[in-house]
Design a protein around this ligand. Structure first.
Ligand code: ADP
Ligand code: GLC
Length: 473
């Protein structure tokens, strides 16, 4: 089957969060199972672009309102990622260092999608499936069905995967001329709550919708930043497919970013060696349990609760624990986490920013990973933690609920219910108690490391879904 993924992120080219990890892995494992999987993304200014060689496969022209632009589609020559990777170059709009965060992001992603649809219209045989990820690519199903310029794509089955419904790409109707010409009788299929809503449009127009965990799909019907009724209405075409992880890349036996390799047998000493290395870099003692948080410092992750929770924990357990936070996001949270450094110089540190290397070192070297998320569509961190023998401490929500159960129920981590300082504190203390029972800790580590969340196992769920769409063609 010819499958084209369309995504704003793809690891290792450009990654902001888990979307990048999924987009970099899912096509690779689809390809391994014999499908012609491809991915197209915007051509940002990345070191990846300079490092590899590219073929120009298409040159085209499209417009964004009154602005007409040329675009070029390039393909990486050697399939270094394990699948065909295409990038769309639109001078001035996409070729910037960051993925998101520009004032003209709406124009950037609309132009990207228009270019993708224009390019696909030129294919002799269009792909069997176009798989869109999140709102940045959510207008494509509508374009295919009702865009005047894309009639060849009308019968191409589309899938939308919702990685995060918090962000929807709302656009005032006054900007509707940014979209390529379409059948205006169908405008209602672009709209939600009186604005153009690319995520809602994708849910309405895609042939099938998936969420990245089964629990998240249920939650979206009750809480989805305004789309609750839509998820309820469209539930017939929605399904939850739990993400996998790239178990080749995330493997403590071979991971090139960590200091000391280990496996199931050597997990206790292996993790201790990695902890030593991390602790030395941050001036912390290697003889204490190391707690970590890795992620975007935003409300969804309940990062605003970290400064108070961690301060209380570090105060209570003075000198007995280490905490290291890696992340960036809301300035108040960053300031709160920065502020703690002065109070607990020997047991706490905060690395503000993004570091792929440090994240791997922490999965390997930490004993516990905290995830108090208010919303967690899937969450990959807890799956990486399992693979590296690091105990996840998670709130029971979304994908966290689907992957982690409490050790009290013979499970694989510690769970709590409320996104509150008291629940977090209680769980950190339960974790410390567990750490003080080395045999139990070692048995749990071994149990966690044997859990298989690899894509190999889950890729077939998508293929089965694509097959059902094909029969509807
Ligand atoms: P989300 O996509 O909502 O941010 P996920 O748990 O799905 O959450 O994925 C987050 C991914 O981003 C993981 O690979 C995690 O290790 C990585 N990550 C998040 N913040 C950072 C950071 N500051 N530095 C390095 N990696 C990070
Ligand atoms: C999103 C979600 C996260 C999920 C990731 C990959 O960014 O916030 O929970 O794991 O996408 O699907």
């Amino acid at each position: 089957m010819n499958i084209l993924h369309v995504s704003a992120e793809c690891y290792p080219v450009a990654k902001v969060g888990g979307l990048g990890d999924v987009a970099g892995a899912l096509p690779k494992y689809q390809k391994k199972q014999g499908h012609a999987a491809m991915l197209v993304m915007p051509m940002y200014k990345t070191s990846f672009l300079d490092k590899y060689e590219w073929d120009v496969v298409h040159k085209g022209q499209a417009s964004l309102g009154d602005y007409s632009f040329n675009f070029t589609v390039i393909r990486e020559k050697t399939e270094v990622l394990g699948f065909d990777l295409y990038q769309v170059d639109i001078n001035g709009l996409l070729d910037r260092p960051k993925v998101y965060g520009y004032e003209d992001d709406p124009q950037r992603f609309i132009a990207f999608q228009t270019a993708v649809a224009t390019w696909l219209q030129s294919w002799q045989t269009p792909p069997d499936i176009v798989h869109c990820h999140d709102y940045h690519t959510g207008l494509l199903p509508f374009f295919f069905k009702y865009g005047y310029g894309f009639r060849k794509l009308e019968k191409v089955p589309t899938v939308l995967t919702v990685h995060n419904a918090e962000y929807q790409g709302w656009l005032d109707w006054s900007h509707s001329n940014w979209l390529p010409a379409y059948d205006e009788w169908k405008s209602g299929l672009l709209e939600w709550n009186k604005t153009i809503n690319p995520l809602a449009s994708a849910i309405k127009n895609a042939w099938a919708v998936t969420t990245v965990s089964p629990s998240y799909l249920i939650e979206l019907r009750y809480q989805s930043n305004g789309l609750e009724a839509l998820f309820e209405y469209e539930k017939g075409k929605c399904s939850g497919i739990l993400n996998g992880i790239d178990a080749e890349l995330w493997n403590p036996e071979t991971d090139i970013l960590i200091d000391s390799h280990y496996n199931l047998k050597s997990v206790t000493t292996g993790k201790q060696d990695n902890k030593k290395a991390v602790a030395a870099n941050f001036g912390l003692s290697p003889d204490r349990p190391l707690f970590t948080f890795i992620g975007r410092l935003v409300g969804e992750k309940a990062a605003d609760l970290l400064p108070d929770s961690l301060a209380a924990f570090l105060r209570e357990q003075d000198g007995k624990v280490n905490v290291l936070v890696l992340g960036s996001g809301e300035p108040e949270v960053e300031a709160g986490l920065q502020g703690l450094k002065g109070y607990f110089p020997n047991s706490y540190d905060f690395y503000k920013g993004y570091s792929e290397k440090l994240s791997h070192q922490l999965y390997a070297g930490a004993d516990f990973l905290l995830m108090p998320s208010r919303v967690e569509p899937c969450g990959l961190n807890q799956m990486y933690a399992l693979r590296y023998g690091t105990v996840p401490l998670v709130r029971r929500v979304g994908g966290l609920k689907d992957t982690i159960t409490d050790i009290g129920d013979n499970g694989n981590g510690l769970c709590f219910d409320q996104a509150s300082v008291s629940d977090i504190l209680m769980t950190l203390n339960r974790a410390l108690d567990l750490y003080q029972q080395p045999k139990k800790m070692e048995a749990l580590r071994k149990k966690m490391m044997q859990i298989d969340h690899s894509w190999e196992k889950t890729v077939s769920a998508y293929i089965n879904l694509y097959n059902t769409l094909h029969t509807k063609k």
